[in-house]
Design a protein around this ligand. Structure first.
Ligand code: GAL
Length: 385
């Protein structure tokens, strides 16, 4: 009971340290790249450096991507004094040198650890080492920490994440804190003053709507789990439906375009998870679409939500600054669908201008009805002005 009261008091009063020191970080959803979805444990400093190079050479940095984040498997042990040991075979130059390299490209550097005793890949976790680790990360020049939830038996999530949050806030370096607790303890209800983003579900899988035995799922199922969470998101604190699978080769382009459209409308962190060296033109055209990104990065920071549901056909919208509204028409069926839009029924006023995000063109004005043909597992994405 005493422990719970002190946690509550901390959440109300003590968090000012975190809030004061990091309040200007992530005023819009973070954008970047993470090694996990494509490389899992097959990482190395070369892969990270090449990702940083590619983020610049492809122009991703110009449209807002900035974080280069190493996920699990970079750490191997702890020294007698508790400091973490980096895998020197995979990262022979060390993390400080790698962070310097990423910074030299004008980008930011992120790393991964876990609130448990071990990470999910059984590397040393952060439990009990929060202050040492936060200070080590700060000394390397880390700008972003993703903090996982494996091997946490008997550990209380609010306390575990708050301990790391405090340690980061006191490390002397502004560090974005990404909670990866998979939504189990409903972090959207308590994490606003603890971190900048929190995962809302189990892991994304590279597919449209498949499910795995361990709880992983395709993006369309993750999307369903975001309903009702919109009230918890805003500048500096975001629901995180997990990293992007765009460009990883198992979905159709339409499915990838729809995936990206929704992550933009949800004001989700846009953390790419593909091999940035090997993007084809279509993948680039999705990940670098400046209009979709404008929807994601809108300064109001409103998470979009579903406004219409007719089985396989859904409409989602997001309020934007300057009286704009982003709207997605989504066909969940695998067959083409023709939809007669009744704007009035959707609560959308007449005569607003329609801008087609994926075609990059104006597409007339809102008249009383409009016929839309949408291919299977696809969207039409508009900004109404
Ligand atoms: C999972 C996490 C993934 C990835 C993986 C690494 O728990 O959700 O995004 O970080 O661990 O082991």
């Amino acid at each position: 009971m005493k422990k719970q009261i002190s946690i509550l008091l901390f959440l109300f009063f003590g968090t000012s340290v975190f809030a004061q020191k990091t309040q200007n970080l992530s005023l819009t959803p973070p954008m970047g790249w993470n090694s996990w979805n494509k490389f899992a444990c097959n990482i190395s400093e070369k892969i990270v450096m090449v990702a940083a190079d590619a983020m610049v050479s492809t122009g991703m940095n110009k449209v807002g991507y900035e974080y280069i984040v190493i996920d699990d498997c970079w750490q191997v042990a702890r020294r007698a004094d508790g400091t973490i040991v980096v895998d020197s075979t995979l990262f022979p130059s060390g993390m400080k040198a790698l962070a310097d390299y990423v910074h030299s490209k004008g980008l930011k550097f992120g790393i991964y650890s876990c609130a448990g005793k071990l990470t999910c890949e059984k590397r040393p976790g952060g439990n009990g080492y929060e202050v040492i680790d936060a200070n080590t990360y700060a000394s390397w020049g880390v700008d972003y920490l993703k903090y996982d939830w494996c091997y946490t038996d008997g550990i209380e999530p609010i306390k575990a994440y708050t301990d790391m949050s405090k340690a980061l806030a006191n490390s002397g370096r502004p560090i974005v804190f990404s909670l990866c607790e998979w939504g189990s303890s409903r972090p959207y209800k308590w994490a606003q003053n603890v971190g900048h983003l929190w995962r809302t579900t189990a892991d994304i899988v590279n597919c449209y709507d498949c499910k795995t035995s361990w709880g992983g799922m395709g993006w369309a199922l993750i999307l369903d789990k975001q309903e009702g969470l919109e009230k918890f998101a805003g500048p500096g604190h975001w629901n995180d439906p997990d990293m992007l699978e765009v460009g990883n080769g198992k979905m159709t382009y339409n499915e990838e375009e729809a995936h990206f459209s929704f992550w933009c409308l949800l004001a989700a962190p846009l953390i790419t998870g593909n091999d940035l060296r090997k993007m084809d033109e279509k993948t680039k055209s999705i990940l670098l679409n400046k209009y979709a990104i404008e929807v994601n990065q809108d300064k109001l920071g409103i998470q979009g939500s579903k406004i219409y549901d007719e089985g396989d056909f859904e409409v989602w919208s997001k309020k934007m600054s300057n009286n704009r509204t982003a709207v997605i028409f989504f066909n969940r069926n695998d067959k083409e669908f023709t939809f007669e839009i009744d704007w009035k029924e959707l609560g959308i006023k007449q005569n607003r201008q329609l801008f087609d995000v994926w075609n990059g063109i104006n597409s007339g004005t809102v008249k009383s009805t409009k016929t839309l043909k949408i291919q299977g597992h696809s969207v039409k994405f508009f900004i109404l002005k």
